[in-house]
Design a protein around this ligand. Structure first.
Ligand SMILES: CC(C)(COP(=O)(O)OP(=O)(O)OC[C@H]1O[C@@H](n2cnc3c(N)ncnc32)[C@H](O)[C@@H]1OP(=O)(O)O)[C@@H](O)C(=O)NCCC(=O)NCCS
Length: 202
C-alpha cells in the first residue's frame, strides 16, 4: 500500500474515535474555555467566561435559530462549532444581551477601546446578515489542531443540515482551511475597519 494511502487510513481510523453531537448545558464551560483560548482577538471572549457561560451560550442553546455542536473523544470535548441557521440568530442573541455587554464594557472601558471597530461592525452586520446558514464560530483545542478534526466536524454538520452555508472570516489561515473543505470565495465584506472574506459552500 502506498504511504499516502496508509496515512489516509490511519487518519480515518483516528477520526472514527471522535463523536459529534449537539451541545448540552453542561458542555458550556468547556466550550467557553475553547472559545476564549482559540478566538482570543474576537470581541465576545473579551467579556469573559462568566458572560459566555451564563448569558451568551445559554441563550444560543435556547434559540431555535442556532445550533451548537461539539466534537469529543472519550467524553472529552476537543472542539465546537456554532451554526447560525438563519444567519441572524447570533446577532439577535447578542442584541438581547446589550445591558450585560454595556455593564461589562464599562467595567473595562480601556480594554474595550481596541474593539470599537468590531462593535461598529456588529451594528452594521445586523443589517447585512441573514437568509443563509452561517458558520458563526468554530474552534478546535490548540493541541488537537491540524489532525483533521475541524474538517471532520464541518463536513459532518453541513451534511447533516444539508443547506447552503457561508462563512465570514478575516483570518487568512481560516480562509485556507475552508477552501480545503470546498468553500468558494464569493467576495469580501467590509465592516468598520475589518475586511472579511466571504466563502460559500453549496
Ligand atoms: C481553523 C480550525 C477550526 C481548523 O481545524 P483543524 O482541525 O485544525 O483543521 P484540519 O486538521 O481539519 O484541516 C483540514 C484541512 O485544512 C487545512 N488547513 C487547516 N488549517 C490550515 C491553515 N492554517 N492553512 C492552510 N491550510 C489549513 C489542513 O491542511 C487540512 O488539509 P487536508 O485536508 O488537505 O489535509 C482550527 O485550526 C482552529 O480552531 N483554529 C483557531 C480558531 C479559528 O481560527 N477558527 C476559525 C475562525 S473563522
Amino acid at each position: 500500500m502506498a504511504v499516502a494511502q496508509f496515512g489516509k487510513l490511519v487518519k480515518a481510523e483516528f477520526l472514527m474515535n471522535f463523536n459529534i453531537k449537539q451541545a448540552q448545558y453542561s458542555d458550556l464551560p468547556i466550550i467557553a474555555d475553547i472559545h476564549i483560548n482559540e478566538l482570543k482577538g474576537d470581541l465576545l471572549p473579551f467579556f469573559g467566561k462568566v458572560f459566555l457561560c451564563e448569558y451568551f451560550y445559554p441563550l444560543l442553546l435556547k434559540s431555535n435559530e442556532c445550533d451548537i455542536y461539539v466534537v469529543s473523544h472519550d467524553g472529552e470535548i476537543s472542539g465546537f462549532m456554532v451554526m447560525d441557521i438563519t444567519g441572524r440568530g447570533v446577532q439577535k442573541v447578542t442584541s438581547c444581551l446589550y445591558k450585560e455587554l454595556i455593564t461589562l464594557g464599562l467595567m473595562n472601558i480601556f480594554g474595550l477601546i481596541k474593539f470599537i471597530p468590531q462593535i461598529i461592525s456588529m451594528f452594521i452586520s445586523s443589517r447585512q446578515s441573514g437568509e443563509i446558514m452561517e458558520i458563526a464560530f468554530i474552534a478546535i483545542k490548540y493541541n488537537l489542531q491540524g489532525q483533521g478534526i475541524g474538517k471532520y466536524m464541518v463536513n459532518h454538520v453541513i451534511e447533516l443540515l444539508s443547506l447552503p452555508c457561508v462563512v465570514k472570516t478575516s483570518k487568512n489561515s481560516a480562509k485556507h482551511f475552508y477552501e480545503k473543505l470546498g468553500f468558494i470565495p464569493i467576495g469580501k465584506e467590509y465592516r468598520g475597519l475589518r475586511c472579511l472574506n466571504v466563502l460559500r459552500h453549496y
